[in-house]
Design a protein around this ligand. Structure first.
Ligand SMILES: [Zn+2]
Length: 235
């Protein structure tokens, strides 16, 4: 997310100095992973093992807009105008979120941070103790995503190589004969999404690595092995 210049978007927001309301022992986790790396599954398991709530900026934004909070209304202005929500608005949302009861021991950030300025801003409001980066070779991700298809009738999910229907062309669950593939699940689209991901996250990975808190996890293995490595890295 780019920082929009205040000259473009109107008067700058007043700067609010960080207060000492954040629990001193609070330590948060940042979770990285490209689309198709199995980040969602691992996020759920990290939450189960550590008790840290999962915080996604997308979910937070939608919740704040729906609740009509001051920051939510601010964010809505940008979203309605088709602009990226500025970092400061996201940081304000996070400040609110990490004061909730379930966040006393920290949170697990999913999909944030994406840039070094965001990481610096986050460091000013909470301690990030571990950054977990789930890495899977691009070709494997293309293979995983591009083979997916779903039953047009019941939505059951299949995969050409990993989980085909038992009987060709017939849904195992409902017997449906029609299937759908998402138009953006083709190799070119997936590759360009992955390229964008790498361009954006490599500098950030180096930045976190320089702080000694960056853990690369091989995501091209069984789900349980990946979880074990992540939990070990968090100790
Ligand atoms: Zn079906």
């Amino acid at each position: 997310m780019a920082i929009l210049r205040s000259s473009v978007v109107g008067p700058a927001r007043p700067t609010v100095k960080a207060k000492t309301v954040y629990a001193e022992h609070m330590e948060s986790i940042v979770l990285f992973g490209p689309p198709g790396a199995g980040k969602g599954t691992q996020a759920q398991r990290i939450t189960e093992s550590t008790g840290l709530p999962q915080v996604s900026t997308g979910d937070m934004l939608r919740a704040a807009v729906a609740a009509g909070t001051q920051t939510g209304m601010e964010a809505k202005k940008y979203m309605d105008a088709g602009q990226l929500v500025p970092d400061q608005v996201i940081i304000d949302l996070i400040k609110d979120r990490i004061q909730e009861n379930d966040a006393v021991n920290g949170v697990m950030f999913d999909g944030f941070t994406r840039t070094i300025p965001q990481a610096e801003a986050l460091a000013n409001i909470t301690t990030v103790s571990h950054v977990i980066s789930i890495e899977v070779p691009d070709e494997r991700i293309v293979e995983r995503i591009c083979g997916r298809y779903t039953c047009a009738n019941c939505g059951a999910v299949y995969h050409d190589s990993f989980k085909p229907t038992a009987e060709e062309g017939k849904c195992d669950s409902c017997g449906g004969l029609e299937f759908k593939r998402r138009a953006d699940d083709n190799a070119d689209t997936v590759m360009s999404r992955l390229e964008a991901y790498h361009t954006q996250t490599s500098p950030l990975g180096e930045w976190y690595n320089s702080k000694g808190i960056f853990h690369v996890i091989d995501g091209d293995r069984a789900i349980d092995q990946i979880t074990d490595d992540i939990i070990a890295a968090l100790k």
